[in-house]
Design a protein around this ligand. Structure first.
Ligand code: PEP
Ligand code: MN
Length: 333
C-alpha cells in the first residue's frame, strides 16, 4: 500500500501519521522523491482500514499495490537504485562488465585471467570458490583457498570480487573475502540463505532460478531487502524450457519486465544462459540493447582445459572484443 501525502505536509504531521501506521503493527518506508511525498506500507495490509488513512487531511490518496513485493517495487521507489562497489556504480545508466572464470582453479589461472579481464575493461572479477555442480564427481571448487586466491587477484588488479555463497555455513567467510556475494540459480529460494544475505553488509547478486518466474525472483529479492539489505542486483541467467539446443533459454524479456516492475539493477549472464561461447557475444549485445545494467561473463585463458564450463567461456581476446562492442551499443541505448 502506498500513501501519497500532500505537498504542504510538515515533518511533524508526517511523523504523527507514521506513528499511527506503525501502531497497527506495520512498517513504513519513506519512499519520497523530489517530486512526491510518499510513504510505503509494509506488512499485513489487512490490518489497515484505508478509510482511517484517507481521513487524515495530509493524505492525498492511498494506492493499493497489486504486486506482492514492496521494497523491490518501482511503485515504492521510482528512481533506479544505484549500488556502489569500491567506487564503481552499478545501475542508474551505467554498464557494468563482470568477467572471470567459472571456477578459481589455481593462483596462476586466476591472476592471468584477472589481468586479462581488467585490460579488456571489466569492472569486477568473477570466480567461483564454492561451486554448485550438478554432479558430485565434478570439480567442487577450492573453497576458502579459492577465496584467498581471489583476494590476491584483487590485490594485483584492483578489481572488486564477486563470488558465490552456497550455504549459510560458508556465508560469513565468503562475505569476508568478496565485494559482492552471489546467490546462484539453484539457491534462489533457499530462504535461510536469503535471510542471511539480508543481514549482510555487502551487496547481493541474486540469480534467477532456472524454473522461477519473474515475480518469484522479485519476491526473493524482497526477502533479502526485508531483512535490511537494500543492495540487491538481479541476474537473468536463463530458464529451463523445452529447448535443449542451448543450455538454458535466456529470457531477455525478463530484463524489460524487471525494469517496469522494480528499481533494482538487473544484469545478464549469457554464458550460463546459452552454454555456448559462440553465442555469448550476440546475446550480450541483445542484453545491452534491451536495457541490462551489466553483463557477467565467463572468461578462461585455456577453456579446453577448464575445470568447469570451458564450453561457454570466452578467451580473453574475444572478451575484449565483446566489451568494446557492447560499449558502442550501450552508448546508443
Ligand atoms: C555461476 O555463476 O557460476 C553459476 C553456477 O551460475 P548459476 O547459478 O546461474 O547456474
Ligand atoms: Mn559456470
Amino acid at each position: 500500500m502506498i500513501v501519497v501525502l500532500k505537498r504542504e505536509t510538515t515533518k511533524e504531521e508526517q511523523r504523527e501519521l507514521i506513528e499511527r501506521i506503525e501502531s497497527m503493527g506495520l512498517r513504513v518506508k519513506d519512499a519520497s522523491s523530489e517530486k512526491r511525498c510518499v510513504l510505503g506500507i509494509i506488512g499485513d495490509e489487512t490490518k489497515v482500514d484505508i478509510t482511517h488513512l484517507q481521513a487524515y487531511r495530509i493524505v492525498e490518496k492511498v494506492i493499493k499495490v497489486q504486486n506482492p513485493f514492496k521494497l523491490a517495487s518501482r511503485a515504492f521507489q521510482a528512481e533506479n537504485s544505484i549500488i556502489e562497489v569500491d567506487g564503481h556504480k552499478i545501475g542508474g545508466g551505467n554498464l557494468t562488465i563482470i568477467g572471470g572464470p567459472c571456477s578459481v582453479e589455481s593462483e596462476d589461472q586466476i591472476i592471468t585471467i584477472a589481468k586479462a579481464v581488467k585490460k579488456a575493461g571489466a569492472h569486477i572479477l568473477r570466480g567461483g570458490a564454492f561451486k554448485p555442480r550438478t554432479s558430485p564427481y565434478s570439480f567442487q571448487g577450492l573453497g576458502v583457498e579459492g577465496l584467498k586466491l581471489l583476494r590476491k587477484a584483487k590485490q594485483e588488479t584492483g578489481l572488486p570480487i564477486i563470488t558465490e555463497a552456497m550455504s549459510t555455513e560458508e556465508f560469513d567467510v565468503v562475505e569476508e573475502y568478496s565485494d559482492i556475494i552471489q546467490i546462484g540459480a539453484r539457491n534462489m529460494q533457499n530462504f535461510a540463505l536469503l535471510k542471511k544475505a539480508g543481514k549482510a553488509s555487502k551487496p547481493i547478486c541474486l540469480k534467477r532460478g532456472m524454473s522461477a518466474t519473474i515475480e518469484e525472483l522479485l519476491m526473493s529479492a524482497e526477502r533479502i531487502m526485508a531483512e535490511g539489505n537494500a543492495d540487491v542486483i538481479l541476474c537473468e541467467r536463463g530458464i529451463r524450457t523445452f529447448e535443449t539446443y542451448t543450455r538454458n533459454t535466456l529470457d531477455l524479456a525478463a530484463v524489460s519486465a524487471v525494469k517496469e516492475l522494480s528499481h533494482l539493477p538487473i544484469i545478464v549472464d549469457p554464458s550460463h544462459g546459452t552454454g555456448k561461447w559462440e553465442m555469448v557475444e550476440p546475446m550480450s549485445k541483445a542484453a545491452v540493447a534491451v536495457g541490462a545494467d551489466g553483463l557477467i561473463i565467463e572468461v578462461h585463458n585455456d577453456p579446453e582445459r577448464a575445470l568447469s564450463d570451458g564450453q561457454q567461456s570466452l578467451k580473453p581476446a574475444k572478451f575484449a572484443h565483446l566489451v568494446k562492442t557492447v560499449g558502442k551499443i550501450h552508448a546508443i541505448v
